[in-house]
Design a protein around this ligand. Structure first.
Ligand code: PLP
Length: 392
C-alpha cells in the first residue's frame, strides 16, 4: 500500500501498482505488465479503455469548447437530455459530475416535492441495509453505515433503514411521514446483492398507493451493466427518480439525476445548481456512450456474455470450496469467498486479473461491457489457476 511520502490525503488504500495505458479490456502497468481489467475502475469504463469513438468525440470537443457554465444555453446538452429521456422513464434531467451528487439532487427533489405540496409531514426517506449511495453527508445519512459515517456526525435526519428484500418489514415502516423509498436495484458495495424483481415491483406499487416517490440508485447498475440499459427494466417498473453516473461516461466523470415531470415540478430557477454539471466535454462523451450502447445487439451481447460468465463461475464453485456463492446480475457479478476476500482479490491481481472487493466478503467482477467470450475464458482460467495455487 502507498501511504507515506504522498501529498495526497491518505483516504484510500492504494495498491503499489501504477497503470499508464489502457486499451479495450486491458490495462498496462508502469513495469510493462498486461492486466485483464474486470474491475473497470469500479464499474465505470463501460466501453473499456480509450474506446476509439470516445477518444474521437472528446478530441473534437476539446478543440471546440470546454466550458461555459450553466449560465448559457447549450444545444448539445439539450439534445443529450432529450436522448436520456427518450431512453428512460424520465421527462427531465439534472446533470451532475458524480454519483453522490446525483443522489444529493434526488434527495433535494424529494424534499422539495413535499414542501412545495405543503405536505411537510412527509419527511422520511426509506433506505436499505447494505446500501451504498456515496460519501457526501446526504449519502452517508441515507445509507446509515457506520463504516463510512463514523467521525462525520451529526448526520442529516429524515432517513429510515429497512431490512434488505423484506417486504413485510418495509410495509410496517411506511406511514404518514414517509416521503420516498431509495433503493439500488443491485447493491454494489453492499456485496453484489440484486433486489428481487418481485420486491422491486412491490416497491413501485407501495409508492403509487401511498403517493410517495420511488428513487432508484442506478449509479453502478445502470448504462447496460445488467444487460438492459437500466437494471429496473428487468422488473418492468418505472421509478419517479433515478441517480446515474459511472458507466454513463465510460471513464469521463459525469452523472445525472433523472426525474418524471411530477416529482421535479418544484425544481424551479435557483433551486439547485452545479458549475460543471452537463459540461460540453461530458455531454460529447455521454452522447456517444449512449449511442454505442443503443446499437443493435450491444445489450443482447452483454446479456449473453454475462450469462456465460455466470455459468463458468458456477462451474468453478462446483470445484472449489473457496467459492461459497456466486451472486449478481449481468456484468456485475461477485463471488463470496470462504477466506478473506481481500486475500483472494490480491492473489487474482497478482495473476493479472483486476477485480474490486465488496462488502460481505465478496470479490466483485465488473468488466467493461465490451468483453468477449474469450476474455471471460481468460478471466476464468486466472481464477481457476489462482484458487488452485491457494489450495496447494
Ligand atoms: N451509488 C452507488 C450505487 C455507488 O456504487 C456509488 C459509488 O460507488 C455511488 C452512489 C457514489 O458515486 P460517486 O463515487 O461517483 O460519488
Amino acid at each position: 500500500m502507498v501511504e507515506n511520502n504522498s501529498y495526497v490525503m491518505p483516504t484510500y488504500g492504494k495498491r503499489d501498482l501504477e497503470f499508464i495505458k489502457g486499451e479495450g479490456c486491458y490495462l498496462f502497468s508502469k513495469d510493462k505488465e498486461k492486466y485483464l481489467d474486470f474491475g473497470s475502475g469500479i464499474a465505470v469504463n463501460s466501453l473499456g479503455h480509450c474506446h476509439p469513438e470516445l477518444v474521437k468525440v472528446l478530441q473534437n470537443q476539446s478543440q471546440l469548447l470546454w466550458h461555459t457554465s450553466n449560465l448559457y444555453y447549450n444545444q448539445d446538452q439539450e439534445d443529450y437530455a432529450r436522448m436520456l429521456c427518450e431512453n428512460s422513464f424520465a421527462d427531465k434531467i439534472f446533470f451532475t459530475n458524480s454519483g453522490a451528487e446525483a443522489i444529493e439532487c434526488g434527495i433535494k427533489i424529494i424534499r422539495n416535492y413535499f414542501s412545495s405540496n405543503k405536505n411537510l409531514q412527509r419527511k422520511n426517506i426509506i433506505t436499505f441495509e447494505g446500501a451504498f449511495h456515496g460519501r457526501t453527508l446526504g449519502a452517508l445519512s441515507a445509507q446509515k453505515n457506520e463504516k463510512y459515517s463514523r467521525g462525520f456526525e451529526p448526520l442529516l435526519s429524515g432517513f429510515i433503514q429497512a431490512p434488505f428484500n423484506d417486504l413485510d418489514s418495509l410495509t410496517k415502516l411506511i406511514d404518514h411521514e414517509t416521503a420516498a423509498i431509495l433503493v439500488e436495484p443491485i447493491q454494489g458495495e453492499g456485496g453484489i446483492r440484486p433486489v428481487n424483481l418481485d420486491f422491486l415491483k412491490s416497491l413501485q406499487k407501495i409508492c403509487f398507493d401511498n403517493k410517495i416517490l420511488l428513487f432508484l440508485d442506478e449509479v453502478q447498475s445502470g448504462f447496460g451493466r445488467s444487460g438492459k440499459l437500466f437494471a429496473h427494466e428487468w422488473a418492468n417498473i418505472k421509478p419517479d427518480l433515478m441517480a446515474v453516473a459511472k458507466g454513463i461516461g465510460s471513464g469521463f466523470p459525469m452523472g445525472a439525476c433523472l426525474s418524471n415531470n411530477e416529482a421535479c415540478k418544484g425544481m424551479i430557477k435557483g433551486s439547485h445548481g452545479s458549475t460543471y454539471g452537463g459540461n460540453p466535454l461530458s455531454i460529447a462523451v455521454g452522447k456517444e456512450v449512449l449511442k454505442i450502447i443503443n446499437t443493435d445487439n450491444f445489450l443482447s451481447n452483454v446479456d449473453k456474455v454475462a450469462r456465460y460468465f455466470w455459468h463458468k463461475l458456477n462451474k468453478l464453485k462446483e470445484i472449489y470450496e473457496e467459492i461459497v456463492e456466486v451472486r449478481g446480475a449481468g456484468l456485475l457479478l461477485g463471488i463470496k469467498t470462504k477466506s478473506e476476500n481481500i486475500k483472494i482479490s490480491t492473489a487474482l491481481i497478482n495473476n493479472k486479473l483486476l477485480n474490486v472487493p465488496a462488502s460481505d466478503n465478496v470479490i466483485r467482477f465488473s468488466p467493461p461491457l465490451i468483453i468477449s467470450f474469450l476474455e471471460v475464458d481468460e478471466a476464468i482460467n486466472i481464477i481457476d489457476k489462482t484458487l488452485k495455487e491457494l489450495d496447494d
